[in-house]
Design a protein around this ligand. Structure first.
Ligand SMILES: [Zn+2]
Length: 195
């Protein structure tokens, strides 16, 4: 077929030198291989194309991280879940660090890192949640919920540090022990209506 002509380079343009002899005469071909997923009688073989590099000096064939990324993505496609790149692109789309995204979504930061790095594949339920997070309105809802929670905590512990005059008035009311329930309810209502 034409796979020999279909030369692939990795995301960084492929390896610059041979890991064995250090020479730079490298050619790259695409090879069909399979990834085995699962164990024993449940094991499946998932076909995948990977770039295989060849050193024209010492004749070494080698693969790099890009091949591993492609194999992992093939398993994700087989399981019909998001790939690591797709997961990291969600929070990048919102300009959030992993810590910020974890705090807002309540996903474990360590789990998120494992999913994004391809060390672990998220289960189907988490994948559904991640899918919903690709829609900005759903992230907005989480932001509103977080604001609500913060507001409620401030009210219940009665320790809100006034940050602007409006909040100061609100806290003053709470400190005076007035309308605590009503204020909380009113605040929730306002937040919901904003969405
Ligand atoms: Zn070599």
């Amino acid at each position: 077929m034409n796979k020999w002509k279909d030369i692939l380079n990795g995301p960084e343009g492929g390896p610059k030198e041979c890991p064995s002899c250090g020479q730079t005469k490298i050619s790259t071909r695409v090879e069909d291989t399979v990834v085995t997923y699962g164990e024993k009688e449940n094991a499946v073989e998932i076909p995948v194309h990977i770039p295989v590099h060849h050193c024209n000096v010492c004749e070494l064939d080698f693969t790099d991280d890009f091949a591993e990324t492609l194999k992992h993505a093939a398993v994700c496609r087989y399981l019909n879940v998001m790939t690591p790149d797709e997961i990291s692109s969600i929070r990048e789309m919102y300009g959030l660090s992993r810590a910020e995204f974890a705090r807002l979504t309540r996903l474990g930061e360590a789990s998120l890192a494992r999913w994004e790095n391809g060390n672990l594949i998220q289960n189907a339920a988490y994948d559904q949640y991640l899918f919903l997070l690709t829609f900005s309105e759903n992230l907005e809802r989480l932001r509103m919920r977080e604001a609500q929670t913060e507001c409620r905590n401030d009210l219940s512990y009665n320790n809100a540090k006034p940050r602007d005059p409006k909040e100061e008035n609100f806290s003053a009311l709470v400190e005076a022990g007035l309308f605590e329930e009503k204020s909380a309810l009113a605040h929730r209502f306002v937040l919901r209506r904003a969405g």
